[in-house]
Design a protein around this ligand. Structure first.
Ligand code: CA
Length: 233
């Protein structure tokens, strides 16, 4: 199998070096950028399987890079945030990052997160390549469960992998209500260091893309005091 390519955008050379060393040892091909503009240019030009993105960077910060990348493609992004910057996690996810990890982090945890995020992409690619499709219609919404494609009124929607997986999970279990904790466990799929706001943020982003009026949703419904469910409109 061809080596997966990872871009590390991190201005602290000591961190970048040790992460690069350990990822290379795991068989990844690693490229680095030490500055925001360089990181953005490389991420847009290169064909990476994942981008590891620090928040505080010279010239362009990680949030801006994340936002710009998301306008162009759906490469998995893991943001590196400082421990005291709780708000950063939520902002990063709102801008379309797939995951975040707080500094200081353990290398084993980081590598596990990277592998989990790349595995999800690999599943997506396998889905896209499958000859048969598994399409389901929910009113004017069409979800191709295998190809990871969503159309509304025939128009394709640009969802991140995580947004798609949450939608797929709920749509396959129509009308069943799930708690945020359960969604974290089932959709995020590995031990997520327990911030249930992650679910709320992803639901909000999904509604903005899916619903005519995200304040009055017709697909992704809130069950007050419990959690979320998918409803056929
Ligand atoms: Ca930094």
């Amino acid at each position: 199998m061809e080596a997966k390519r990872i871009l590390i955008v991190e201005d602290e050379k000591s961190i970048s070096d040790i992460v690069k060393f350990n990822l290379s040892k795991e068989g990844f091909r690693v490229d680095t950028a030490y500055d925001g503009q360089e990181g953005l240019d490389k991420a847009l030009d290169g064909d990476f399987d994942l981008v590891l993105l620090d928040v505080m960077l010279p010239s362009i910060d990680g949030f801006e890079i994340c936002r710009k990348l998301r306008e162009r493609n759906a490469v998995p992004i893991i943001m590196l945030t400082a421990k005291e910057e709780e708000v950063d996690k939520v902002l990063g996810l709102e801008l379309g990052a797939d995951d975040y990890i707080t500094k200081p982090f353990g290398l084993r945890e980081l590598i596990a997160r990277i592998k989990a995020n790349i595995r999800r992409t690999a599943l997506t690619d396998a889905g896209s390549a499958a000859a048969s499709s598994n399409t389901r219609d929910f009113g004017n919404l069409t979800i191709d469960m295998d190809r990871y494609e969503v159309r509304k009124d025939g128009r394709p929607l640009e969802l991140t992998l995580r947004e798609f997986e949450l939608l797929k999970y709920l749509a396959e279990r129509e009308d069943k209500v799930f708690s945020r904790e359960q969604l974290l466990e089932d959709v995020w799929g590995y031990e997520y260091y327990g911030d249930i706001r992650t679910v709320d943020v992803t639901v909000r982003r999904l509604r903005e893309k899916l619903e005519d009026d995200s304040g009055d949703p017709k697909f992704i419904m809130t069950k007050r005091g419990v959690g979320y469910y998918f409803r056929r409109p």
